[in-house]
Design a protein around this ligand. Sequence first.
Ligand SMILES: C[S@@+](CC[C@H](N)C(=O)[O-])C[C@H]1O[C@@H](n2cnc3c(N)ncnc32)[C@H](O)[C@@H]1O
Length: 210
Amino acid sequence: MTDAYTRTVQLATEFIENDDPLGWFEALYATANEDPTTVPWAKLAPNPLLLAWLDQHSIDGKRAIVIGCGLGDDAEELAKRGLQVTAIDISESAIAWCKKRFPDSLVNYQTADLFNLTFGKFDFVLEAYTIQAMPPALRAQALPKIAQLVAGQLLVITRGREPEQSLTTVPFPLTKMELSGFTQAGLQEVEFEDLNEPETVRRWIVQYRG
Ligand SMILES: C[S@@+](CC[C@H](N)C(=O)[O-])C[C@H]1O[C@@H](n2cnc3c(N)ncnc32)[C@H](O)[C@@H]1O
């Protein structure tokens, strides 16, 4: 376990126990002193699973939103591929960091909480590893919020688990039952890829249509 991961788990646990399950993101970024090695998910490169997906699929339409954009690499990749991208994160320090990293960016970076968005719908919605960072009770409310944004395609990249696997601390992998919140919210599942190789983290890449 790395120091960054230990610090993240401590912060998340403390905030969740204090009934502030989203407060730890700003606390983590604000105390990172712009050192990406302190943010466990910050790879300073687009998610390779997203890159592979984009190389194999086409996106219909131009308007895209990235939910929980972190340090912005996935949003930048979508903009590079010609999409008009809005990227939101609940952490103002994360958004300030994105703007500093990409001063000439075409991405519309905004500090915003998924639970209080006033945007309309988008042709392409990307959610990578944000739902899994929320405790289960909260994530059940997050799925319909994301579904509301989808006019065209939604791509979800997440850790997955079987229901009998217990949850300990962040990240909290999803079950298929939890993911069904998207179809219950009116989306249609069009593709489900289960990356479940031995000795690696189990990940799901799921595409929906609005
Ligand atoms: C585990 S990180 C993943 C970041 C990025 N998607 C990636 O793959 O590198 C989850 C991100 O979601 C953001 N986040 C969490 N809850 C959010 C919410 N309610 N609204 C907007 N962003 C949120 C966090 O600040 C954090 O940057």
